[in-house]
Design a protein around this ligand. Structure first.
Ligand code: PGA
Length: 255
């Protein structure tokens, strides 16, 4: 299996932006622009926007994702949201281990692993984020960092479950900074991630995994990044909040 057989996946990561009514408005703008997409289109939105997003995307080709999920099914975890709650309300994808969660909210590879397993068990699809800090790249340990994250975050995930996992390679220095990894830098790490998956599982399993790039991907640089053999899509922050820009990225992925 090669890139031609993997479905491209373009996911917006709205982060802490848009109220429910604003979410409806943005999705109403996006929907007609992406209706002919030849790729998976996902909007990962704040928890309180999910109901509005599911309603607004009914009858469209846009799927709705959440930006995190707890690993327990229920219990005394004030402020947390379970996979069952997300599933019942119409969520299909969940972003996990985003660098902002790791940086600001104490997320560790151990908790990312627990969340990944819970999300898979619930029949949802995790978008597991990995990526190095600027300092780690400068020290020449990008591959060590990413391999460690892949091994720990996917610990105990079976080859069968891996079919439902999306990996997002997001170099932390490129997120929200306007600094994008070059096409070759992004491809190099995405290829390394695939090789790591091949060692952990099998070449066949690794070849089937969608690997996205994320980090200041926009309507200007998407086509170049997406033309690379191991880059199967994008996780888009800032540009996903502007309908025309997001639609242009979807169009680039549909070619
Ligand atoms: P950005 O964010 O596109 O604004 O850099 C990407 C992300 O955090 O997923």
């Amino acid at each position: 299996m090669n890139k031609a057989l993997r479905k491209a996946v373009i996911a917006g990561n709205w982060k802490m932006n848009k109220t429910p009514s604003e979410a409806t408005q943005l999705l109403n703008e996006i929907a007609p622009l992406v209706k002919d997409a030849d790729c998976e289109v996902i909007a990962c939105v704040p928890y309180v926007d999910i109901a509005a997003a599911v309603e607004a995307t009914k009858g469209t080709n846009i799927k709705v994702g959440a930006e995190n999920a707890h690993w327990e099914e229920k219990g005394a975890f004030t402020g947390e949201i379970s996979t069952g709650m997300l599933k019942e309300i119409g969520v299909e994808y969940v972003v996990l281990g985003h660098s902002e969660r790791r940086q600001y909210f104490g997320e560790t590879d151990e908790t990312v692993n627990k969340r990944t397993k819970a999300v898979l068990k619930a029949g949802l699809k995790p978008i597991v984020c990995v990526g190095e800090l600027k300092w780690e790249r400068e020290c020449g340990i990008t591959e060590e960092v990413v391999a460690r994250q892949i091994k720990l975050d996917l610990y105990d995930v079976t080859a069968e479950e891996l079919k439902n996992v999306i990996i997002a390679y997001e170099p932390v220095w490129a997120i929200g900074t306007g600094l994008t990894a070059t096409d070759d830098q992004a491809e190099e790490v995405c290829a390394f991630i695939r090789a790591t998956l091949a060692k952990l599982y099998s070449k066949e399993a690794a070849d089937g995994v969608t690997i996205q790039y994320g980090g200041s991907m926009n309507d200007g640089n998407a086509a170049g990044l997406l033309s690379k053999e191991n880059i199967d899509g994008g996780l888009i922050g800032g540009a996903s909040l502007v309908a025309e820009k997001f639609a242009a990225i979807v169009a680039a992925a549909s070619k």
